[in-house]
Design a protein around this ligand. Structure first.
Ligand code: TXA
Ligand code: MG
Length: 362
């Protein structure tokens, strides 16, 4: 299949190109498009065949449900059985935006879209191109992240091309996305709202609005193979680079020191090494590891989780392209996106975390 790549302006997407992608979706095909979080791989959410094509293109297990994207609030009620008061509060505050809500599904949503579940994930993105596409398609759009299953989510059209070129009809290219990690997912089908996946809308922002919020275990720790997390996607090894990754927590100098020692050991045993550094520590690695072929990627200042979120998946993909066998990474825990960034880093590292301790005086 020939994949057409259509460049569009992120703020003012060309209606002709949006129209072309919309026609693809209406006729049962697949179009990748930008959202404010990551790129999505869209198909008609009401067409079971389109859902099957999405799973096939991604190489994704078909029990992993898709998020249904809408452009207006009025498009939600036909897709769900009830809209609880907590959902209304969240939607009033955070839609359109990077937040996905789980509802009991109506009969209009086919089971292939929800991976066989009786619930449906609904999201109203804020990206102008995403909204224009949904409007032009005239149907809700089912869209997982537009990566091959198991690879880091795409934050630029180049990532989508790398994974899905030849497997889908169209890619709308609006450049790099703004947030860089996937939407926050909140399940509203139980007695207490439950955070299934942290994102730009943080746990604190949810509990400020709703009071009690529970946090699904799958969003914080490793899953046993026979576990049934609320978000089925959380059980798969996700956001993963091909290399084995280790996180090192602690003071900037202590962490960098430990990472240098680990990197030197790995180099001695003939491995290709990647280091995900902070802006503060990057010069130190350059000095100490000068002359080696370590691939060093300064991601963000240590306390800037917004910047870390924007660049994270791009860095993980770059390590893959360089053929890294092992990656050592510092942590980025501060700020509104700290929880979301650490969730992705922990998963990518398979929960391998070392403690380097605090920095000594001076
Ligand atoms: O930011 C995002 O959410 C992006 C953009 C494209 O909107 N989409 C995205 O989709 O990240 P995906 O398929 O990569 O991740 C969706 C997650 C999966 O972990 C899936 O299991 C969960 O949402 N999910 C979808 N429907 C669900 C449902 N009915 N109940 C529980 N979890 C659900
Ligand atoms: Mg995904």
């Amino acid at each position: 299949m020939d994949t057409r790549i259509l460049k569009i302006d992120a703020e003012r997407p060309d209606p002709e190109k949006i129209g072309e992608a919309a026609r693809v979706i209406r006729s049962g095909g697949l179009a990748a498009f930008p959202t404010e979080t990551v790129y999505g791989l869209g198909g008609n959410a009401l067409d079971p065949e389109a859902a099957r094509r999405i799973y096939a293109a991604k190489g994704r297990p078909s029990d992993n449900p898709l998020i249904v994207h809408i452009a207006e609030r009025e498009e939600l009620p036909p897709l769900v059985r009830t809209v609880p008061p907590a959902a209304v509060r969240l939607m009033e505050n955070y839609w359109p935006g990077p937040m996905t809500l789980i509802f009991p599904k109506s009969d209009r949503v086919p089971y292939p879209t929800t991976g066989g579940l009786d619930t449906v994930a609904g999201r109203m993105p804020s990206h102008p191109a995403a909204r224009a596409l949904i409007r032009a398609a005239g149907v809700p759009i089912a869209a997982p992240s537009a990566n091959l299953s198991g690879r880091p989510s795409p934050t630029r059209a180049e990532h989508v091309i790398e994974d899905l070129s030849g497997r889908i009809d169209v890619i709308l290219d609006a450049g790099a996305v703004g947030i860089g990690v996937e939407s926050t997912i909140v399940d509203l089908t139980g007695p207490v709202p439950s955070l299934l996946r942290p994102g730009f809308i943080s746990e604190e922002m949810l509990s400020d609005l709703l009071g009690e919020v529970s946090v699904d275990a799958a969003s914080t720790g490793p899953m046993s193979p026979d576990a049934h997390p609320k978000a089925p996607g959380m059980k798969y090894r996700h956001y993963a680079p091909r290399a084995q990754m280790t996180l090192v927590r602690g003071g900037a100098q202590a962490a960098a020191g430990m990472i240098c020692r680990l990197a030197e050991e790995a180099l001695l045993s003939g491995k290709k090494v990647g280091i995900l550094a902070s802006f503060e520590t990057a010069p130190g690695y350059e000095d100490r590891l000068a002359g080696t072929d370590v691939s060093l990627r300064p991601l963000a200042p240590r306390d800037d989780s917004e910047a870390a979120a924007r660049g994270l998946f791009d860095c993980l993909r770059a390590f893959d392209s360089r053929g890294a066998d092992v990656i050592f990474s510092e942590v980025f825990e501060e700020g509104q996106l700290g929880g979301a960034v650490m969730n992705r880093l922990r998963k990518a590292a398979g929960y391998r975390i070392l403690e380097a301790g605090e920095d000594g005086p001076g």
